[in-house]
Design a protein around this ligand. Structure first.
Ligand SMILES: Cc1ncc(COP(=O)(O)O)c(C=O)c1O
Length: 412
């Protein structure tokens, strides 16, 4: 079998991966943005080991007391009167399915509005509601998701050619048109990532989410914030919904909730939306005790006094370092992000997307600098993502950007 690299990584320590030859690699993207606390956070490791020693699994009929502890903790931070939850999934894809099923059952409507460039998962359904057609190729059932795709608020390459100073939120207007002309007339919800992660770290303009909320209210649609990437402190607040004042009816979570990469997911909702019967959405491993323990102990760490403030401070440092790089290298068309969630849009002389250079940056970072980065495959595939673990130290942030600087100098 072919492998992606010749390295065989055997140890994960903090934000480092170490291979069997003892060579250390700095992970600038926390796995696939799911290692919110790095590879081996001692508190989470200890709690999981303890749990494994006692009881690793029992039927979800019996796990409720454990699950409720996690949900109560999450709800403490949740915006917009969200006060209930569902934890019978282990992946973000099916958590999003869960939320959209809830929306369909609650509203009695069918369609789901989602953005171009969005990523909501890779089951056929989640692929169907995601805004990237290339993943649907050859999988006809993904078209059965009743999705209505609408333009993304991609200001750097505005689909309506607006300049930010004169933005008339035409991308929001276009959603109204799509509801009128492209939907079945029966729309249950809109699902939206606060920052389009895989789409290229796309940050909507100020005022966008308030307009989306209004549009949902006017059309009796529920608003689902897919916080699989942005949740659990990634942007410096527990939920990005709080940071951007999104006021969603539901929030979906996965990735960072597992702290050190343990698969776990959750759907948070206002209790009026708690309409699913258990048999309508449950998986054998959903709410298993290892996942629930990982979530509980991760939340204990993230809610320690000062933890999120430190993420905010580190985010400001990362921002200034990346903006310096953007000043230095014209191939960075834009550095955009917040907290520890950043993307660098790589461009050519005419600001056109430069995908080969983007790929060269990722490859050279790995081979020459032992720095792990990821690029966005969506859109033009020309965004370098920088999203280290929330536990990354300031020195490590400087080290990540120094190594990236050397790579940019070599491809420039
Ligand atoms: C925003 C978002 N939603 C959902 C998913 C799907 O999560 P999972 O891979 O756990 O199914 C992802 C995964 O990349 C994601 O980034």
């Amino acid at each position: 079998m072919q492998t992606l690299t010749n390295n065989r990584f055997t140890v994960g320590k903090g934000i480092k991966l170490i291979d069997d030859a003892g060579v250390e690699y700095l992970d600038g993207v926390s796995g696939t943005f799911n290692l919110s606390l790095g590879y081996n956070h001692p508190h989470v490791v200890h709690k999981i080991q303890e749990q494994v020693g006692n009881l690793t699994h029992m039927s979800s009929s019996f796990t409720e007391p454990y699950v409720n502890e996690v949900l109560d903790h999450l709800i403490e931070y949740a915006p917009n009167d969200i006060d209930a939850g569902w934890m019978r999934d282990i992946t973000g894809s099916t958590a999003n399915e869960c939320a959209t099923k809830i929306a369909q059952k609650y509203t009695g409507s069918t369609d789901i509005v989602s953005l171009y460039l969005s990523h909501h998962g890779q089951t056929q359904f989640a692929t169907g509601i995601s805004g990237n057609a290339f993943r649907r190729k050859r999988f006809p059932n993904s078209s059965a998701a009743n999705a209505v795709h609408v333009p993304a608020p991609y200001c750097y390459r505005c689909p309506f050619k607006s300049k930010s100073s004169e933005c008339g939120y035409q991308c929001v207007e276009a959603i109204s048109d799509a509801i009128d002309y492209a939907s079945s007339g029966s729309v249950a919800c809109m699902i939206i990532e606060p920052i389009l992660g895989n789409g290229g770290n796309i940050m909507p303009p100020l005022g966008y989410f308030q307009r989306i909320r209004k549009l949902c209210d006017e059309n009796n649609m529920l608003l689902i914030a897919d916080e699989v990437q942005t949740g659990i402190g990634r942007t410096g607040t527990m939920f990005a919904s709080e940071l951007f004042d999104i006021r969603p009816d539901m929030i979906t979570l996965a990735k960072g909730l597992g702290g050190i990469g343990v698969p776990v997911a959750a759907v948070l909702m206002q209790s009026r939306l708690n309409v699913l019967e258990k048999h309508e959405h449950s998986f054998t491993s959903g709410s298993n005790l290892i996942s629930v323990t990982a979530a509980k102990s991760t939340l204990e760490v993230v809610s320690e006094p000062g933890f999120l403030d430190a993420v905010k401070r580190k985010g400001i440092l990362l921002e200034s370092l990346l903006q310096e790089l953007a000043q230095k290298y014209p191939i960075i068309g834009e550095a955009r992000g917040v907290g520890l969630m950043w993307g660098l849009e790589i461009v050519g002389d005419q600001n056109e997307p430069d995908t080969p250079k983007t790929n060269a940056i990722i490859d050279r970072a790995f081979t020459d600098q032992h720095l792990i980065l990821r690029s966005s495959r969506y859109g033009f595939g020309n965004v370098v993502k920088v999203r280290p673990a929330l536990t990354t130290t300031e020195e490590e942030l400087v080290e990540i950007v120094d190594r990236l600087d050397s790579v940019l100098a070599s491809v420039h």
